[in-house]
Design a protein around this ligand. Structure first.
Ligand SMILES: Cc1cc2nc3c(=O)[nH]c(=O)nc-3n(C[C@H](O)[C@H](O)[C@H](O)COP(=O)(O)O)c2cc1C
Ligand code: SF4
Length: 464
């Protein structure tokens, strides 16, 4: 069954159900009048383990990029030992082309705060850090104000959750990101909250066991936490009526609605709430009013630049968590596609993305630090028409040798660079080959005197 009514956008007018011009910040009073915090009340009548079981049963997959099952992650926590336990709420949203968490911050901050309170109670976490992208200045004000309202109305703070209904105390702090992409990587984020440079940590240990200040910590994306609220309200079975089953043998399903922010060459860019598994062409045609100026589709970043590109023949790709294995991209990522029309220079796209990764590399791992700069230089050369076909091979070799998947780096930033560059070069190979010169390898005269003297010649390899 498809999404027939808005779930996360219940209070945020969004097409096809509402007009974005009617949007406004839903303050505490309005949130409560429209059923807000009733699910926290309901959750507090349940045992924490029962909430974890319900979220696990819903098979809610993380909305931050990797699609890891949320309930399963919660079960990795060790039992409480009387010491501090943390929730790190990831609202860094620095992935280029991604603007879905921002929608929640802009208009319905209490939905996220209710999800945070439920998650803290379910996992017995006493401190939540709402880690938000520094450039989101307006959103910082909105969320800070909502946190203040939540304290004033006894959601967080000394009295205990929900005006002391449960004597379990949760403190919630807003923490502004240091403003680098790497701050969104879960362990980089933990370092940043600790006041250090956001250098990702070597794993294991994983944050659930040893996270913030060495204590058990859950890191979740804000959209994931917001989704916990309707799951508590309507149950796991209801959640599973939306989205789709896996189409791969033994694959994990992609249930529920998803916020998808579409940008690029479409008529109505914006953030829409749709079923996981919606074909990209349907998202573009039915929700975004089709391709801009009636141009042809040339490709789309799958969900944030790290995921790589869907090529010209992949317009109908289903936007679910199986997309990676089916369409040769890394994964669904943030599910925020950037769409390109037929006039787009894919070499410029590739160069632009490579520059982003070069600038955002934290520098700890050599393949990422050195490789990203090298790749960017090669792409500049290719774009200018000064490269040879050998440079193209070198570019692919450099891309394929960096990341967690080849096992050469600490974090997934380098995988993003790898997948973006490799998939763009592979899916638009002719465009790249048309821009490079053939490689000329001079044949040097042999040292030994040849029996018959041959003229020195040149051999061309690769594209002609
Ligand atoms: C370089 C990099 C940047 C990331 N940036 C974000 C981000 O801005 N927001 C986010 O939620 N997850 C981001 N992630 C994913 C997080 O590491 C982590 O998987 C996620 O916050 C877990 O939440 P979830 O299980 O609810 O999806 C990033 C990962 C990498 C490798
Ligand atoms: S892969 Fe890159 S960003 Fe990640 S830790 Fe290594 S150098 Fe830093």
């Amino acid at each position: 069954m498809p999404v027939t009514a808005p779930v996360l956008c219940k209070r945020i007018p969004t097409p096809p159900w509402g007009d974005p011009r009617d949007r406004h910040v839903v303050a505490y009073d309005e949130y409560v009048k429209t059923g807000g915090y009733q699910n926290l009340e309901k959750a507090l009548d349940m045992e924490p383990a029962a909430i974890v079981a319900q979220v696990k049963d819903s098979m809610l997959r993380g909305r931050g990029g990797a699609g890891f099952p949320c309930g399963l992650k919660w079960t990795f926590l060790p039992p409480p030992d009387g010491g501090r336990r943390y929730l790190a709420v990831n609202c860094d949203e620095a992935e280029p082309g991604t603007f879905k968490d921002r929608l929640l911050c802009d208009f319905d901050p209490h939905l996220m705060l209710e999800g945070i309170a439920i998650a803290c109670y379910a996992c017995q976490l006493d401190t939540a850090y709402f880690f938000i992208r520094d450039e989101y200045r307006h959103e910082i004000d909105v969320v800070e104000n909502a946190i203040r309202e939540a304290y004033d109305h006894g959601i967080f703070g000394k009295r205990g959750l929900l005006k002391g209904k449960k004597k379990f105390t949760v403190e919630c702090y807003l923490h502004r990101s240091a403003g680098a992409y790497i701050c969104g990587e879960e362990t980089g984020l933990l370092e940043a909250i600790e006041g250090k440079r956001a250098w990702p940590r070597v794993k294991p240990p994983f944050p659930a066991v040893k996270g913030l200040f060495g204590r058990p910590t859950i890191v979740n994306n804000v959209e994931t936490l917001a989704a916990v609220v309707p799951i508590i309200e309507h149950g796991a079975a209801w959640w599973k009526t939306m989205g789709c089953e896996s189409t791969l043998p033994g694959g994990m399903p992609s249930y529920g609605p998803k916020l998808m922010g579409v940008s690029g060459h479409v008529n109505r860019p914006g953030c829409y709430e749709v079923d996981l598994g919606i074909p990209l062409s349907k998202l573009v045609n039915d929700y975004c009013g089709g391709m801009r100026n009636g141009k042809k589709f040339k490709g789309a970043i799958a969900g944030g630049v790290s995921m790589g590109i869907l090529g010209p023949y992949q317009f109908d790709a289903e936007m679910d968590f199986d997309i990676g294995r089916k369409y040769d991209v890394m994964g669904l990522g943030t599910a925020c596609p950037t769409v390109f029309d037929e006039d787009t220079d894919m070499i410029a796209v590739c160069r632009n993305i490579a520059r982003f990764f070069m600038r955002e590399s934290c520098g700890q791992c050599t393949p990422c630090r050195e490789g990203s700069a090298w790749m960017y230089k090669l792409l500049l050369r290719i774009e200018a028409g000064d490269a040879t076909s050998k440079d193209l091979d070198l570019l692919l070799e450099l891309a394929g040798s960096q990341g967690i998947i080849p096992g050469t780096t600490i974090c997934g930033l380098a995988d993003g660079n790898n997948w973006a560059v490799r998939t763009i070069v592979n899916k638009y190979r002719e465009e790249f080959e048309a821009r490079v010169k053939p490689t000329i390898i001079p044949v040097v005269e042999a040292r030994m005197k040849p029996a018959i003297s041959r003229p020195v010649t040149h051999v061309s390899v690769g594209a002609t």
